[in-house]
Every structure is written in structure tokens, then in C-alpha cells.
Design a protein around this ligand. Structure first.
Ligand code: ZN
Length: 134
């Protein structure tokens, strides 16, 4: 899969739309995600914070979990949009990579963007050190 895959552009647009729905009264760090499946379904997710920090949920996992609940197919692309972290594009956290690996496998393409620039990598390249061997 090349970065020119038109589904990546569409996923980034949908991730940006979801980012606007972020519930982040504590951090103000808006994050939106979109998962594209092998059935070409696009499932959006937005970060949802909670006053009890551990109950917060990442945008990426919200979208990945919804692919299961909606029987939407196997995730092939995970797009994430947020502002940069310390000048670098923000990548999914380890928990989200773990879930993505189990549901999508190591060939899932992760695309991250801050709205003006983007980077991508296959999940297997990012998650090779996680305990689950997909
Ligand atoms: Zn996460």
C-alpha cells in the first residue's frame, strides 16, 4: 500500500472531522482518528477525557473498538490527527498500537498528521517490541 492510497487522504479528512468532536476539558489536546477497513468502511473516533484520568479513552482505540461493534471489517488504515508533541508528529500510544496490532495485524498502515504534514508507517514497524505478536 502506497501513501498515495486515496483512502489515506479520506481517512485524514474523517480524522480531522472527528478531532473537532474531542471531549478534552482537562488537557485541551484534541485528537481525532479514523479507521479504514478491508470493507472500505470508515470508522471515526474522538478522544474522550474524564475527571478520573484512567477512564479517558484515546481516539484511536475508540475507532478501533467501534470497528468490532459495527462489524465493519478488518482495520487496514489508522489515521490520527492531533497537534504535534514537542515538535514531532504525535503517534498512537502503546495501548492503541497493541489493540491495532491484534485487530489489524502488522501490515496495518498508521498515518499521523497535524493537519499540514503527515508521516506513515506499517504497524509492524512501530509495534515490533510490544508483547502481542500479530
Ligand atoms: Zn492511545
Amino acid at each position: 500500500m502506497k501513501q498515495t492510497d486515496p483512502r489515506i487522504r479520506d481517512a485524514l479528512i474523517d480524522a480531522a472531522s472527528a478531532q473537532n468532536l474531542s471531549y478534552v476539558p482537562y488537557s485541551g489536546f484534541k485528537m481525532g482518528a479514523a479507521v479504514v477497513t478491508d470493507q472500505n468502511n470508515v470508522i471515526q473516533g474522538a478522544i474522550v477525557e474524564n475527571v478520573s484520568l484512567g477512564l479517558s479513552m484515546c481516539a484511536e482505540r475508540a475507532a478501533l473498538f467501534a470497528t468490532v461493534a459495527q462489524n465493519a471489517g478488518k482495520p487496514e488504515i489508522l489515521a490520527l490527527i492531533s497537534r504535534p508533541t514537542a515538535g514531532n508528529l504525535t503517534w498512537p500510544c502503546g495501548a492503541c498500537l497493541q489493540v491495532a496490532l491484534e485487530l489489524g495485524g502488522k501490515d496495518l498502515v498508521v498515518v499521523v498528521s497535524d493537519g499540514s504534514r503527515e508521516e506513515s508507517a506499517k504497524l509492524g514497524e512501530l509495534a515490533s517490541k510490544l508483547p502481542y505478536k500479530g
